[in-house]
Design a protein around this ligand. Structure first.
Ligand SMILES: Nc1ncnc2c1ncn2[C@@H]1O[C@H](COP(=O)(O)OP(=O)(O)OP(=O)(O)O)[C@@H](O)[C@H]1O
Length: 618
């Protein structure tokens, strides 16, 4: 929880401005210049109009009049050119700043420790930032906008005060007009003006606060609505929605959210009517008051007619800018919550210990891996998913990991490739704790196919090589090896064919089994010394599965291999099988040894599957 208060708000605004400066160093100076020129523009006209009117009334020299008109036109032109020029530059810079901001956020996610990616709180934080941006530009974008308005108000308020101050000078003591030219009238005017202005400011501030609060609520509902929308348009969810007739479920949930959003939209309109009406009324009173006061001063001759223009214009500028100043401060305070989200996200720290030790490059692929008393529970949970795991995998060996759903097999692999670090115990590579190795070098030892692998809407070749540039012959060779030769021949652009139709109409849709073969090919292309396959054949047809198994030794070669599967028959070719149960390794050995232990879990699992095959065969 962050401590709130004036200093907190100020500090946050400064931090936000520093971020803006990092994203695009020219945005702030250009915003200041743009606001400055916009702020002084009305005063040039107010001041020069007063001069021209006075000159017209006391007409003496045409030349002077021409000079005043010339100066007015000239200054207007310069200020117009400067302010529109800076406005254009600023808009361009803001576009660049926004792109850089998105890049910073995306890079942060890509570089983040994996455990943060799986953390729903981090996900929620990122979604909230995105929603605030989509909804109202909340965050960095709004900060630069409000900053510009703030500068403009901060320039206008003192200038207007300087321009007004003369009106309060008492110039004559003539008894008939003494009251009209007295400090008492000035005092009454100032008090009425202040009361009206402050009241109007409060009204505007309240109105904006309520508006922002309502927007804030909409951000939350929009997040939910977007979730449903994404699911509805996603063709993968489309099947389930239709087949299980979940249309009503979605329509009702969507309808409820839209209903809530509409309620808030009504609130906003009501709020505008309520505050807008009151604000308009007070503003009219104030304008009347100003004209009466200045008119009286003109009637008694204490100010010139030209100055009537100057004072009314300046007072109006003062009133509108001072209330805008307050509104902007309120808006900045509200925007601070989004700035805080942005900073919180950027400040998510990597907890992973990053070692520096280079991994020994071995031509013989002699890498030995040992788990020593490893225990682990997922962050934010209390249950150990792995308990006191100890095992050693010798060079070139194939280890099969079997066990019931949720017994910890995938988690074991996640620890091995340091997506998480163990809470207790250590994992060793050639006798050294894997944390000590340079992380990227360590990861380059592994070719992994997870069961929930993802392919992307790039070309087939780029998917296999996981890179923009690649060795085409090698990709083709490996695709054939992974059993995708025939499908490749049917692809319109061969390995250049884009996968999926997200970005390219010529993209091809692929089946689950084909996707699995491509994922396998990606692992093989990497040619790392340790290969990990998590349910690599689950989506394959029996023939493809048979082909992969029969080529398994050829595919794996001299590599060390970890192999997770629920099909025990496919684990028989492994040197060792580890049976996981409730986070522990309860049995170890090769198939023949394990199947002999009639009281063991492996025997139970094996028989339940074998029985199924036998029954099928009958
Ligand atoms: N990110 C996570 N956060 C919290 N708990 C998790 C997370 N991922 C997995 N678990 C839990 O850890 C346990 C082990 O999961 P794991 O995926 O390792 O099992 P598995 O043996 O691979 O299962 P399966 O055979 O179904 O793939 C499960 O109870 C699961 O709910």
């Amino acid at each position: 929880m962050h401590k709130k208060g004036l200093m907190y708000d100020l500090r946050l605004i400064i931090k936000g401005l520093k971020e803006i400066h990092k994203l695009q160093p020219w945005v702030l100076p250009v915003a200041v210049l743009e606001s400055f020129f916009k702020a002084i523009a009305p005063f040039v006209n107010i001041y020069m109009s007063a001069k021209i009117v006075d000159e017209l009334i006391n007409f003496s020299y045409l030349n002077r009049l021409i000079v005043f008109v010339g100066i007015t036109i000239g200054l207007n032109l310069i200020i117009y050119l400067a302010s529109t020029g800076f406005e254009h530059i600023l808009n361009l810079l803001i576009i660049i700043m926004v792109q850089n901001r998105d890049m910073v956020l995306n890079r942060k996610i890509i570089d983040m420790d994996y455990e943060h990616i799986e953390n729903p709180e981090v996900h929620l934080l990122r979604t909230k930032i995105q929603e605030a941006q989509n909804q109202s530009g909340g965050g960095i974008y709004s900060l630069i906008k409000y900053f510009g308005v703030l500068i403009k108000c901060l320039v206008i308020v003192p200038i207007s005060l300087v321009m007004i101050v003369d009106i309060f000078k008492v110039t004559s003591n003539e008894s008939s007009i003494r009251f009209l030219n007295s400090n008492i009238l000035n005092f009454i005017f100032i008090i009425l003006l202040l009361i009206g202005t402050i009241y109007n400011m409060r009204l505007k501030e309240n109105s904006e606060r309520e508006y922002f609060n309502s927007l804030n609520k909409i951000v939350d509902y929009n997040r939910i609505a977007n979730f449903y929308f994404e699911k509805v348009v996603d063709y993968n969810s489309g099947k389930d929605i239709r087949l299980y007739n979940q249309k009503n479920l979605f329509n009702t949930a969507f309808g409820e959210v839209i209903g809530e959003v509409n309620k808030i939209a009504d609130e906003i309109s009501l709020n505008y009517m309520k505050y807008g009406g009151a604000n308009g009324f007070i503003s009219s009173l104030l304008t009347g008051l100003i004209y009466i006061f200045i008119g009286l001063k003109a009637v008694i001759g204490s100010i010139t007619i030209g100055n009537v223009v100057k004072y009314t214009g300046s007072i109006n500028q003062f009133i509108s800018s001072s209330s805008m100043l307050l509104v902007t401060i309120a808006a900045l305070k509200i925007n601070n919550q989004y700035i805080q989200l942005y900073l919180d996200f950027l400040n998510i720290e990597g907890k992973k210990y990053k070692g520096t030790l280079p991994v020994e490059k071995r031509n013989d692929d002699e890498y030995e891996i040992e788990f020593r008393n490893v225990s682990f529970k997922y962050p934010g949970t209390d249950n150990y998913v792995l308990k006191n795991i100890s095992m050693k995998l010798n060079v070139g060996e194939r280890l099969a990991i079997v066990g019931m759903n949720g017994s910890g097999k995938t988690t074991f692999i996640k620890l091995l490739c340091r997506l998480y670090d163990p809470d207790e115990g250590e994992i060793l590579l050639n006798g050294i704790d894997i944390k000590k190795y340079d992380y990227d070098e360590y990861l380059s030892l592994f070719s992994i196919v997870f069961q929930d692998f993802k392919l992307f809407s790039f070309s087939l070749g780029q998917n296999v090589a996981a890179s923009v540039d690649y060795d085409e012959d090698k990709v083709k060779y490996i695709l054939v090896k992974a059993g995708l030769g025939e499908r490749l021949n049917n692809m319109p652009k061969g390995i250049q064919t884009p996968l999926y139709k997200d970005f390219d109409e010529e993209g091809v849709e692929i089946s689950g089994g084909e996707a699995q073969k491509i994922a396998l090919a990606r692992a093989l292309y990497r040619d790392a010394p340790i290969i990990i396959l998590d349910e690599p054949t689950a989506a394959l047809d029996p023939i493809a599965e048979f082909e992969i198994y029969s080529k398994f030794n050829e595919i794996v070669g001299t590599k060390t291999a970890f192999y997770i599967s629920h099909r025990l028959s496919s684990c028989r070719f492994c040197d060792e099988i580890a049976v996981f149960h409730e986070g522990k390794i309860i049995q170890k050995g090769n198939h023949d040894e394990l199947v002999e232990d009639e009281n063991g879990k492996y025997y139970e699992l094996w028989n339940s599957q074998a029985q199924y095959y036998k029954e099928e065969a009958v």
